[in-house]
Each structure stands twice: as C-alpha cells, then as structure tokens.
Design a protein around this ligand. Structure first.
Ligand SMILES: *Cc1c(COP(=O)(O)O)cnc(C)c1O
Length: 368
C-alpha cells in the first residue's frame, strides 16, 4: 500500500484563520511557551484514500477535528508521527534539521503500520507551507524553537480489522521554551524490569503512538522512584539495553569510544545518527552494537564507562547521572554532566541555531 507517486507534487491551498492571535497575545505566549501547550494559528491537512491517493493538501485554521466514533484509529491505533523543530537564526531566517531523515522514517513507520507513504518532497513542502502561514510563531533567542508535529492516522468509519482505506496526514506546531531553562542538569533514570517497550517483530522501530501508550505505566513507576525517565531492556532476555521511552542512549568509555545499542526494536533517532557523525568527525570510535546492562554496571564500577547520555529532538542531549532499579544504583545521582556529553550537545545546537557553519549540509531553510 504505497503511494510514493510524486511525479506530481501536491499543491497546497490556504484557508486563512479568522482567529489569528493578535501580536501582543502571540508575544506573551512566546515569552514563556513551555512545551506542547500552545499551538499556532494554522495546521496542514492532506487526505488520502485508496481510490485517489494523496489529495486536497491544505493549510487550514488550527482547530478540533470531527471524528466519527467508528474512526479506525480510535479502535486499532493505526497512527504514526514525527517530531522536529524549526530554529530561528540570528538573522531572523527559519531552518529545520535533516527533514529528509524524518520523511524517510515516517515512510518506514507507514510501511510497518500499513499506512500510505508520503513522499519526502511533499513532507518537506508541508513544513514550508505551515511556516509560510505561521512563521511568526518561531521564537527567537536562547534554546527556543517551534516544535513541529507531523502525524498520520486511519480515519475510516469501519470496525472491521484491516488497514484503513481513508487516512489523514496533519502537521501542527507548538512553540517551545528551552528544555533545560536553568541549564542542562543530569537526570537519574529508572530500569523497568516488569515491562518491555517493544518485542521482536513488533512496532518498536516505528514512531507510533502505541509504543508510547505502553511506556506510560512504567514511566509512572519511574516518577514514583524519583527518576525522570525509564530505560527499557530487550523483551526476550532482559539483558540488552534498548532505549528510553522517547530517547536513545549512549555510553562513553574511558578511551573516548561511544557505544550505542543496536536492536531491531528501537527507534532510529535523527539526533543519535547526528551525534554518531559528529563524534566520528572528531576522531572518536563509535560502536553501534548490542550492549548489555552488565557492560554499563560493571563499566561504571571499574571506571571504564565515564559518561552516559540520552538524546532526542526535544531535549537534544540529556546527561544521565545514575540508573536506579528496585535493588540497585549504578552511578551517582549528584554527578555532574560529562564533558564529552556537553561538548557534543553544544556542537549540535550550534549547528541547529546557525552559530557555526553547517559543514554536514544538515539544515533546510523553511521560510524561503
Ligand atoms: C522520536 C524518538 C526518539 C528520538 O528520535 P529523534 O529523531 O532523535 O528525535 C527516540 N526514541 C523513541 C522511542 C522516539 O519515539
């Protein structure tokens, strides 16, 4: 069920919102946006049907969707999404980071969830169209951004169990303040032993809401134990590191080697891929392979593992001070952030915000 027929790129219509927020109201929101609380004035919508493929691409006023109670997504969770950011550079221009990676991942997620694929060109154009309408919502200064959430779901009114023949793709956007307003602080994470995030042959490698639904209960357990996030192990042997609920992980060895888990049931992060590239360019060895929990535990004990961090678009890079479980503690919850962790974080954000040259060709301009 593919629909990558992009010899005819989609053309978008615009229906301007009649409820565009006044500049003062927008500026008040942008002064303290938080995360995921406020949304811009418009959204993108593209319809898909089995008979007609992708059609009716439009920028329309942001607002509630009217869903039939039998809409298939509400029953069988046929849904996928992406998460990316628009960054305002010092000269006012608006850029995003490696959008083709997100487009390709959305295509892979679509294949796994039996949803139609949207071409990379149409995906990138959908972001530009939203920014053309709502560019004023991209905050400036500090580590602020406009968080962009493309998503796709089955919207056929049908309770039979099969892939839907009617689908919607949407893009919404939400201004975001700095993830660490008081400066980057290391976190402790919780090792989930009762729950797995994904199993062999499941949907772990797809960015789909169901993976998040299953991570919420263990996440509650993490909070109850004073931790910020959960670490999941592989589901069959509970021996190998997988990832956090929404971030990938790295161990840093004493000799400067970076190690990150290889698994068919984790999400292939754009941030992780970029950090691998940056570390290699600096001459670090990077190992993408199976990593046991013991390697972390014993490595911290012997001094061979000197830094641990998590990465993803929202927080970029988060230092991990300690791993806690029911009956153990690895690391020191009060340990400071690792040096390499922080310098890779700095380099990546410097590229994203246009403070150093984009020698990897990772940025795409959205407002021109
Ligand atoms: C989105 C996501 C990540 C991070 O991916 P980025 O492309 O770096 O933002 C990691 N793990 C999961 C489960 C995710 O959904």
């Amino acid at each position: 069920m593919t629909d990558l027929d992009s010899t005819f790129p989609l053309t978008f219509t615009l229906t301007p919102s009649e409820a565009v927020r006044a500049e003062v109201e927008r500026e008040a929101i942008l002064a303290d946006p938080g995360f995921g609380k406020h949304f811009t004035d418009h959204m993108v919508k593209i319809d898909w049907t089995l008979a007609d493929g992708w059609h009716d691409a439009a920028v329309i006023p942001y607002g509630p969707l009217l869903l039939d109670p039998a809409a298939s997504v509400l029953h069988y969770a046929q849904e996928i999404f992406e998460g990316m950011k628009a960054y305002r550079h010092a000269d006012g221009s608006i850029w995003t980071f490696r959008p083709e990676k997100n487009a390709e991942r959305l295509q892979r997620s679509a294949r796994r969830l039996a949803l139609p694929e949207l071409s990379t060109d149409d995906f990138v154009e959908s972001l530009k169209q939203l920014i053309a309408a709502d560019g004023a919502w991209v905050p400036e200064g500090g580590e602020t951004s406009l968080y962009i959430r493309p998503f796709m779901f089955a919207n056929e009114s049908f309770l039979g169990v099969r892939s839907a023949q009617k689908v919607g793709y949407y893009v919404i956007a939400s201004p975001a303040g700095a993830y660490f307003p008081g400066g980057v602080t290391p976190v402790s994470i919780w090792l989930s032993t009762d729950y797995a995030r994904a199993g062999r042959g499941g949907t772990g490698a797809a960015k789909t809401g169901g993976n998040y639904a299953s991570s919420l209960l263990p996440q509650e357990e993490a909070y109850a134990n004073g931790c910020a996030q959960v670490l999941f192990l592989d589901s069959s042997e509970a021996k190998y590191l997988e990832e956090l609920g929404g971030m990938n992980v790295f161990l840093v060895k004493k000799d400067g080697t970076l190690v990150t888990p290889e698994s068919s049931s984790i999400l292939d992060g754009v941030t992780r891929d970029s950090i691998i590239e940056l570390a290699k360019a600096r001459g670090h060895k990077v190992e993408h392979r199976k990593v046991t929990l013991d390697e972390w535990r014993d490595g911290v004990a012997s001094g061979d593992v000197v830094e641990v961090f998590a990465c993803g678009t929202a927080a970029v890079v988060t230092p991990i001070a300690a791993l806690k479980g029911d009956d153990f503690l690895v690391g020191d919850p009060d340990a400071p952030a690792g040096e390499l962790t922080m310098s890779l974080r700095q380099e990546l954000t410097d590229i994203q915000y246009g403070r150093i040259p984009d020698v990897h060709g990772w940025l795409t301009r959205l407002d021109a």
